[in-house]
Design a protein around this ligand. Structure first.
Ligand code: MSP
Length: 499
């Protein structure tokens, strides 16, 4: 089976912050998990480089939008690399291949009769690049997301007949109750659709930084249509000479933040229908990372610099924290203090110590070879069905619930060490069998949780599995008792050292 997962493409108007790393790491966890299941995975991320948000930021810096994109796109790439993100392609909407495909597809939408020229009049937020409907206005005609006064816009442009998709969209939502996850976002999108859909601008007359409209080059496409199409266009040129559409379309999961729900849950499926493509299987909508009670954002200045955290604590600690501390799908506060607490109490003490104790005891009591004994039915019972539970949670992109299931087993193993006290068993020769059983069960439990944790903390998991002498990452092998004893272990430095 193929599994195609995408993130939003990020505006290059400023340096990336943790909010951007968040979605991409979330997608990476799904991609890695699906690879463990043997799926044929394609994972896309990239940058959104056209439109007003980028033009205005470039003006402020006294450079061209292209220069701004060329300066910032590599910073997003670098962040992804440093965060251990395993994307298969990084798209930039200034790629000439993307621009050419956008023109082709939207020409087809026009040829199919979904476009007409008209006059737009209404409120517009240049930071969202969003034409706000009456129900989306903040107090005194401000942007509810950015808090800035909205611009009153009037211009001649081309319109996409979104209104004609009202019924097909309602039908889509009726047939596919898991099209948008979690449920609350599904309801929100459906309510927006039922509230009545007005046609939307497909092009802009006042902006020149964008993809020219092929039938009227005095206009460029409205940045959102150009940007949304990245999910299609990337597949046509990510692998030179190959068209990956047949292999990967439609996307299995598209991860987005709640601020861009309307574009993805309403405009996007309508646009795909108009262009003759299948709609994605699932959109997963996550909440905001908050700092000091507000959305983390460059303009508010309350950002946590992910590179600084990675520098000090490593990428895996950041990846773990993001999905442990904030329930994926909800808003949640993050802070340096919470991060440090989780690092110490959970990663260093619970997992790190479990690993170092297990390896050290196998070394000391059994010469570094995991005893070839059976597994203890007691801890084994607590792992029953675990792989299925994790799969089910991740099939719904519930990254936090899956991680919680795994972490409960990390804690179970720590209790097991205390219950069995191998250091006491080691004192009497006639308890050698018990010690064999205990060490083997500990090593096996540790291996299982590590395979399951791999998508979250890939670097650490690979190191630990190597040390356990069992490097296999396949999900099939994550059953307690799936692998035999006899492996030779190796000592390793602390997995989560004091920074
Ligand atoms: N360029 C558009 C998306 C086009 S997709 C076809 C855009 N870019 S963005 O850079 O402003 O935001 C990209 C994503 O980052 C959004 O999903 C947004 O929700 C997410 N985040 C930005 N700040 C965030 C937090 N503080 N917390 C969580 N995610 C947030 O919108």
């Amino acid at each position: 089976m193929s599994f195609y997962v995408t993130t939003p493409i990020y505006y290059v108007n400023a340096a990336p912050h943790l909010g951007h790393a968040y979605t991409t790491i979330g997608a990476d966890i799904l991609a890695r998990h699906m690879r463990q299941r043997g799926e044929d995975v394609f994972f896309l991320t990239g940058t959104d480089e056209h439109g007003e948000p980028v033009v205005q930021a470039a003006e402020r810096e006294g450079i061209t939008p292209r220069e701004l994109g060329d300066a910032n796109a590599p910073r997003f790439r670098e962040l992804m690399d440093r965060a251990g993100v395993s994307n298969d392609f990084f798209i930039r909407t200034t790629d000439p291949e993307h621009e050419a495909r956008v023109q082709e597809i939207l020409q087809r939408v026009n040829d199919n009769g979904h476009v007409y020229p008209g006059t737009y009049e209404g409120w517009y937020c240049p930071r969202c690049a969003d034409f706000k409907t009456d129900t989306e206005l903040g107090p005194d005609n401000t942007c509810p997301i950015h808090g800035i006064p909205l611009d009153w816009q009037q211009e001649e442009n081309y319109f996409f007949r979104l209104s004609t998709f009202q019924e097909p969209l309602e039908q889509l939502y009726a047939e596919r109750p898991d099209f948008v996850l979690p449920q609350a976002r599904f309801n929100e999108a459906l309510a927006f659709i039922r509230g009545g859909l007005a046609d939307v601008s497909l092009s802009r007359a006042k902006i020149t930084w964008g993809v020219p409209v092929p039938w009227d080059p005095s206009q460029v496409f409205y940045v959102w249509f150009d940007a949304l199409l990245n999910y299609v266009t990337a597949l046509t040129y990510a692998r030179p000479g190959e068209d990956l559409i047949a292999r990967y379309w439609p996307p299995s999961f598209q991860l987005i933040g709640k601020d861009i729900l309307k574009f993805h849950a309403v405009y996007w499926p309508a646009l795909l229908m108009a262009a003759g493509y299948d709609v994605p299987r699932h959109l997963f909508v996550h909440g905001f990372l908050l700092m000091q009670g507000e959305k983390m954002s460059k303009s508010l200045g309350n950002v946590l610099d992910p590179l600084a955290v990675i520098e000090r604590f490593g990428a895996d600690a950041l990846r773990y924290y993001c999905f442990r501390d904030v329930s994926f799908g909800q808003d949640g506060s993050v802070s340096t203090a919470d991060f440090e607490t989780r690092y110490e109490t959970e990663l260093a003490n619970e997992l790190g110590n479990l690993a170092s104790r297990t390896l050290a005891m196998v070394e000391r009591y059994r010469g570094g070879v995991v005893p070839d004994a059976g597994v203890d039915p007691e801890p084994a019972a607590d792992f029953d069905g675990l792989v299925g539970l994790v799969r089910d949670r991740l099939d719904r992109a519930d990254l936090t619930a899956a991680l919680d299931e795994i972490w409960q087993r990390v804690r179970r193993l720590n209790r097991y060490v205390e219950e069995r006290a191998p250091w006491q068993l080691a004192r009497s020769d006639d308890r050698a069998d018990e010690l064999d059983l205990t060490l083997r069960s500990l090593a096996e439990g540790l291996r299982v949780v590590t395979v399951l944790l791999y998508p979250y903390i890939p670097g650490t998991a690979e190191r630990l599995l190597q040390a356990l002498g069992q490097p296999g990452l396949e999900l099939e092998g994550a059953r307690f008792g799936a692998r035999g004893g006899g492996a030779r272990v190796a000592g390793i430095p602390p997995l989560f050292p004091k920074p």
